[in-house]
Structures are given as structure tokens and as C-alpha cells.
Design a protein around this ligand. Structure first.
Ligand SMILES: Cc1ncc(COP(=O)(O)O)c(C=O)c1O
Length: 398
């Protein structure tokens, strides 16, 4: 595919309030590879839609239309071949708020919610802050072959616990980039049915699935899955619009939807913003599909660059080549640091690259690991990797 968008452009981030590019703490020269977002400008239709709203010069109470749900449903059909009825779609402020509503509606205080580890850390807060308990089922990660699998024996053990009433399925998975197959999703459906465990899906990385893998929305795999799940989506990653805090939850089952929507309705303060809705609709209404295709193609090239760079130049850091997403899980234990802190300090200060700290994804499994977010303009990524190589070589005395 020809890439016509200028993803090579290095943007000036100093005028934003970017959490990743936080110049209050970022030291000169440091490259922030810890934030899971792209460093590409938004697609033009999104910029236009937001500008149109902001140009009004008055921002009174808004009305909203079915365009929001239609855009989400249309996107799911076009991009992921799933037939979604617009009435299944509800606004939420993002993936984690959507998961929180599903937990509140579909489980009780004291229940256990299952997650696979290593895990995106806000899942933990979302479970515990809702007075539920975390149940972890570690993924089996083979760093040599790059294969990431569920431990089905352990999954069955965790699902069969009578206190376990929900499972958060992060597909594609952060931080490993694992993308579930139909066979795996069917197994999850069977476990969910056998043990009456509701499935809550996080699909935020679904638009970056690379050759050889395919994203399948879990509720589309069968009738039971459809009626006993809730799926959260957000254009935040694909189009770099996380700041709008505007996502959606899709709940096909009538009973689950009534329960979840009641929780949403109970929180009066949760309401859409005119800019967020304008951005969401522009992302998903079809006018940005070519951007999504090209962003994925560009990230796929970055993934190849990243993996071959490590293989050829920094073999002491072992990369798990991701099947999807622009984050990648990396084993740095061969660098021989005495503690995780010492290792993270080395990346931040010697290599001048900020990395995601592995222990935030799992205290045990994450020791010696980092998560690298790599959706940068190519020259910027290469510069950061060169700095990392120089620091590693220096440490090894080469
Ligand atoms: C797996 C996963 N879920 C959710 C989020 C955040 O979602 P949102 O953009 O809705 O805040 C992230 C962001 O890093 C993520 O990696």
C-alpha cells in the first residue's frame, strides 16, 4: 500500500498538555517510549470536525443524534465484519470507564474479576476501586518462539471459582500484542457459559493487527458470547484522539445492556462533549478509513524496523514481536541489572529513552521487562534506538 499521509513528520508537542510529552518532567533529549499512543497528526476530517465546533464561539447545552451510534456500528461492520445494531452502542468516557460500568452492573461487591497477566495496569484499579477482587491468569509467553498462549488449565481453574463473575478480555492484548484466534475465543465462550462468567472486552488496539493475524470481536463468535459480553472501543489509539475522552460500549444482550445502561444513567456527570462527539463521529463515519489503513501499514513497517534493529544491534534485549498494536514486550534481564529501579534509571538517564516499567504490568512476570511504544516517525524511532544501542554498548564496555 502506498502511504500518502506524512507520518514521517516530527510534530511540535510543546504546546499541548501531553501526558507522554510532559515537558515539566521530561529531560532535554529524552524520548518518551512509555506512552501508548501514536506520534502522528490526526486525520484532516477530525481536525475539520473539531474546528467547526470550536468556531461557533458559543458552547451551550448540546443535543446529540444517532450519528454517534451509527458511526460506531458502521466502523465495526466495515473494519471488523461484525453486525452491530446502533441501539447496542452507548457513549462512555473511554475504555476503562466502560469496563467499570460493566463491572458495577454485572458483578457484585466482593466478586472476583479475572485478568490475564502481564496486564494493562488500570484494570487492577478498576476492579479494586469498585470493591471487587482481582483474579489473575498468567499468559504463557515463549520469548524464543514469540508465541503467547492462554494457560487453559489455569483459566478453567479461575473461571470455575464461584466468586469469579467477570473476565476482562484484552484483545489485542497489552503489553504482549497477542491477538486471539477464533479457536481461543470459542474456548473463552465455552468457559464463560460453563461457569456463568460475563466477558468484558477491551478492543482499543484492534485496528493495528498485522499480517498473519486477524482481529475478531468476541461477541461475534457465538450466540452465548453475544448475549453475555460488553465490548469497549475508542478511536483514541488509531487516530490519536485520546484527549477527547469519548469512547463507546457495545452490549448486544438485552439484559446486560439494560443493566449496564442503568449504571451509566445513574452517573449524571457522565455526559458527552460537543468536541469529543464531533471527533468520534469523524473518526468512525468512513472519512478516515484510509488514514487507519495507512497508519497500520506505517506501524507495520516500524515493527519490522524495531525487531530487526534489536536482533542485529541489541541482541541482549529480547523482543516479543507483537502480532498487533504499537507496543512491544521486551526482556532485558540479560543486561544484568540488580534491580528494576536500576534498570529503569539506566533507560531514562543513560539511554535517554523512557520505557514502560514491566512490573507495572505484573510485579513478578514483569521483572526485567519493559514495554516499548514504538509508533514514532521513522527517523525519531531510529534515533532513539541508536541512543539505546550506544548506552547498552557502553554498559557492556564495547
Ligand atoms: C489495553 C488498553 N486499554 C485501554 C487504554 C486506554 O483507553 P482510553 O483511550 O479509552 O483511555 C489503553 C491505553 O494505553 C490500553 O493500552
Amino acid at each position: 500500500m502506498g502511504i500518502t499521509y506524512n507520518f514521517d513528520e516530527i510534530l511540535d508537542r510543546t504546546k499541548e498538555r501531553s501526558k507522554t510529552w510532559d515537558f515539566r518532567t521530561l529531560k532535554p533529549g529524552q524520548v518518551p517510549m512509555h506512552g501508548a499512543e501514536t506520534h502522528f497528526t490526526c486525520p484532516q476530517p477530525v481536525l475539520d470536525a473539531v474546528r467547526k465546533v470550536s468556531e461557533c464561539q458559543i458552547y451551550g447545552y448540546p443535543y446529540f443524534t444517532d450519528d454517534f451510534s451509527n458511526a460506531a456500528a458502521g466502523w465495526m461492520k466495515r473494519r471488523h465484519d461484525w453486525d452491530v445494531k446502533p441501539e447496542w452502542v452507548e457513549f462512555v468516557n473511554g475504555i476503562v470507564p466502560g469496563i467499570a460500568f460493566a463491572i458495577q452492573a454485572m458483578t457484585s461487591v466482593g466478586d472476583k474479576v479475572i485478568i490475564n497477566t502481564p496486564a494493562y495496569s488500570p484494570f487492577r484499579g478498576c476492579i479494586e476501586n469498585n470493591d471487587r477482587r482481582i483474579s489473575t491468569s498468567p499468559l504463557k509467553i515463549d520469548m524464543e518462539t514469540g508465541v503467547v498462549e492462554f494457560d487453559w488449565e489455569d483459566m478453567e481453574k479461575k473461571f470455575s471459582d464461584p466468586m469469579a463473575t467477570a473476565f476482562i478480555l484484552c484483545d489485542p492484548q497489552n503489553p504482549t500484542g497477542k491477538c486471539c484466534t477464533m479457536e481461543e475465543l470459542k474456548k473463552i465462550e465455552a468457559l464463560s457459559q460453563k461457569y456463568n462468567v460475563f466477558v468484558i472486552i477491551d478492543e482499543v488496539h484492534a485496528d493495528f493487527v498485522f499480517e498473519g493475524a486477524k482481529h475478531i470481536p468476541y461477541p461475534s463468535v457465538g450466540e452465548y458470547a453475544k448475549n453475555h459480553s460488553a465490548l469497549t472501543m475508542n478511536p483514541s489509539k488509531t487516530f490519536n484522539v485520546a484527549g477527547f475522552r469519548t469512547g463507546a460500549i457495545i452490549v448486544p444482550g438485552d439484559d446486560a445492556r439494560a443493566r449496564i445502561n442503568r449504571r451509566i444513567a445513574a452517573v449524571k456527570g457522565i455526559s458527552r462533549t460537543i468536541t469529543g462527539v464531533a471527533a468520534f463521529e469523524a473518526c468512525y463515519d468512513g472519512s478516515c478509513d484510509d488514514y487507519a489503513d495507512q497508519a497500520k501499514a506505517y506501524v507495520a513497517e516500524l515493527r519490522e524496523m524495531l525487531c530487526s534493529f534489536f536482533e542485529e544491534n541489541i541482541p541482549s534485549i529480547k523482543i516479543l514481536k507483537p502480532q498487533s498494536s504499537f507496543v512491544c514486550w521486551a526482556d532485558c534481564s540479560a543486561l544484568g541489572f540488580e534491580s528494576q529501579k536500576e534498570m529503569m534509571d539506566f533507560f531514562a538517564n543513560d539511554a535517554e529513552v523512557l520505557m514502560g516499567n514491566g512490573v507495572e504490568y505484573d510485579e513478578e512476570l514483569g521483572k526485567g521487562f519493559i514495554r516499548i511504544a514504538y509508533a514514532f516517525p521513522k527517523t525519531m524511532l531510529m534515533d532513539a534506538l541508536q541512543k539505546l544501542k550506544a548506552a547498552v554498548d557502553k554498559r557492556k564496555g564495547e
